[in-house]
Structures are given as C-alpha cells and as structure tokens.
Design a protein around this ligand. Sequence first.
Ligand code: NAD
Length: 452
Amino acid sequence: MTLISRNPADPADILVELRSPGAFAAADAVERARVAQTGWVTAGAGARATALGALATAIETAGDELAALAVREVGKPLAEARAELARTVALWRYYAQAPYEATGTVHEPAAGAGLLLTRRRPHGVAALITPWNFPFAIPSWKAAPALAVGNAVVLKPAPEATACALRLAELARRALPEGVFTVVPGGAAEGAALVSAADVVSFTGSSAVGAGVVRAATERGVPVQAEMGGLNAAIVLPDADMALAARHIAASVAGYAGQKCTATSRVVAVGAALEPLREALAEELRAVPVGDPGDPGTVCGPLITEAARDATAAAWADLPVLAGGAVPDRTGWYAAPTLVEKAGPDHRLLREEVFGPVAALLPARDLDHAVRITNAARYGLVTSVHTADLAAALHGLDALDTGMIRINAPTTGVDFHLPFGGAKDSSHGPREQGRAALEFYTSSRTYTLVPG
Ligand code: NAD
C-alpha cells in the first residue's frame, strides 16, 4: 500500500510517498529491537541517562527545523509547534534522570530472619502507536520513559505524521545505540502487527481504534494503555471573569483548529452566565486569527484532511450559528472557529468527538446540572471550570467523571511531569507521563532472601 503524507495547508505539497512496509516487516522490527534491548538494559543507568540527554540536546539544536516540519506536515501553527518542541526537549531531559531512580523497596519478613526486596524491570520491547496531532511530543512522552527504564521501542506513527517521525528516528539513531528506537511507518496493518508481537503496548488515538488495540493486547496478556478521544466541557459559573473565561475557551476551541484531545467542544453556562458568555465567546471566536500555519500570528490553521474539514462543517450544519459557521475560500482544508447553540442531547456534537474548531453552547440551571450535562458524554478526559469560588471549583465537582480538571484555565495544555489521562471511553489502563509512566513500562518482581 502506498502511504502519502501531504501538507494540509497546501495539499499539492507532498512530504512523503512510500510503500508501507507491511505486517511482516513490523513484526521483524520487534524481533530486532528485542536483540538490541538486552544490550541497552545491561549498559547501565549512566549510559541510558547520557543517551537520553544527548537526544534532548539534538532535538533542541534542531528545534527550528523540526517546528517548521510540524507546520508543514500536520498544519500546526508555528507558535504551537515551537511550544511542542520545547516541551519535547523538556520531557527527554526529565526522563534522562529516571535511570537513577530507585527501582525497588526493602521490607522485613513477616516472620523469621531475612529480607524481602521488590525490584522493577523492563518488559522488553514497547510498541508505541501514535496519532498525528503532536508528532514529536506524543512519541517522545511514550519513548522516553520506556527507554529510561531499559525497554527498546518500536514506534508506528500516524501516516499523516510520517516525515516528523522519520526525522525523530534520525536524531535518535545518532544519540542511542542501534536498534533501541525504531520507526515503522504505515497504517493499521503495521500497527496491528506490532500489537501482536510486542511485550507492552502504548496507544494514543481515536477511541474506536484504541478499543481494538486494547482487546488485541489484552488477549495476548501484555500490558496496554490507551489514551483516546475527548468531548471536553468548559463549565462557566456566573461569578467568573467572563472576558477571561471567553479568552481561555476560545483558545481551547480554536487553537490548532480544535485538533487536540483536550480541545473544548461543549461550553456549559450556569444560570446568569449564559447571556454575557454567549456575547463574549462569540466575539473572541470571531477574532481568532485563521490562516497559514507558518505565520507566527496564526492560531487556527487547517484541518488535517479534506474529510476532517467536511465533518467539521457537517457538525454545525443544522444548528443556529453564533460565530463562524463558514468554510473559508482558500487553498487548504480550513474551517472557521464556530460556536453553535440549541443542540439537542442526541446531536452528534454532544455525542461524538468532531476534532475541529467547533463548540456547542449549553445552558445549565446550576452547578449540579452542569456536572450532569458534562457527564452525559461517553468521554471523560478533561473539564475546565471558570469561577471565582474555589470551594465550588474544588468540592462542587467531585461527581465529575473526568480524568483532569483545570480551574480558570483552558482545557488544553498539560504539564509533562504529572499523570495524564481520562475516564470512560477517553482512557484505558495506567496513566501516561510522570512517574506513572515509569511504572507502566516495568513490572515488579519480589525477592525473598533468607540466611543460607
Ligand atoms: P487514529 O485512531 O485514526 O490513529 C491512531 C494510530 O493508530 C495511528 O498511528 C494509526 O495508523 C493507528 N492504527 C489505525 N488502525 C489501527 C489498528 N487496527 N491497529 C493498530 N493501530 C492502528 O487517530 P488519529 O486520527 O491519528 O488521531 C486523532 C485522535 O487521537 C483523536 O481521537 C484524538 O482525540 C486522539 N488523541 C488523544 C490523545 C490523548 O492523550 N487522549 C492525544 C492526542 C490525540
């Protein structure tokens, strides 16, 4: 099968055209990684720390070039692409310290003399299956912890982000021992082959594909985590700073054309917040700079494909539009940042992730009602709450079915050193990032030592 990756702002610009390597080649990459892994784990903590640090430096040195590549291949606005690269460097540096962390604990036996020890060890080869929207950060936040604790990794990037992944592999080849970081380009066939051969699986992508990956890995009995879609809500209370809330929400709806799992797609206005928010948010969304992702001022660039653009336009088609609601007449797959209202509970916008710059405004009687509206979605990744009342923010939200809560902040944006993940159909298995990732990529073994 031919794999083509093209510039979404200028679809005639093709970055990659190659024959997909196929399932057999993907399985073979796992076997080669398994051979390399034995040397990597015995090389020692210092060698692993140095190599991960070297890769951080290489990515930092190539930062401008890599950001430009993300702009061209996945249409990420330049300012966001630069921020993604800065975060990518920071997380390789963070995990470069991880090889020196304690790998176990010491305990007294329940009875008699001796010692009980626990020690964590790597699984072997990690299959990393990633989406296109964070082409450097997501592969890195999976690969860095996996490598730090002694696994080898095989990365299967989304076809739309192939050039970025191949460039990351080039940098990794120079910093890491041969064979511990391999990229297998391709699609479903290569991804499925990795899942059927690896010792641990980390997936990020849509909920539909993720459910199949989880099933396949679970059947084999290998550890699996899946970070999937979102249908995130912003809850606005009447006491919020409306101008600030509108700014945060507009950025979460329209930034990178809404193509983040953490984007806001439902805006729940509590009581008297509805009228002022409706005006303020519509105005903010109309003012979002839409255009060439290479322009440093652009906030909302193109959608990744023509089909994604068409699905976005279809999502608002039968609803009253408060802002946007148009497809700009220009080359590339653009949609205007859009706010709609009066979506019924079964409307597609309230049931399925659209992954475009569109949000529905929904009224709620009170905070409890807002929580019920928010929980009605089958996803539960992140919710933002906008209020001056910290007690409401902290205690009124206990019933929220969501993995992350952001108070007076956009739904988008997360620190790389804390656990990341959601509830319900947004996530499966242990969290990513931070120390949680180091545990996911290892298993614990218990030793009993008694005097001989
Ligand atoms: P996708 O599900 O179409 O693809 C994700 C990856 O899975 C790709 O590499 C794809 O080639 C691979 N794949 C496809 N079929 C497969 C199969 N049968 N077996 C194994 N692998 C297979 O997602 P996408 O369009 O690349 O990315 C957008 C999605 O990712 C959105 O739903 C978004 O919410 C989600 N996402 C989630 C997070 C998170 O952390 N929760 C972060 C970013 C993106």
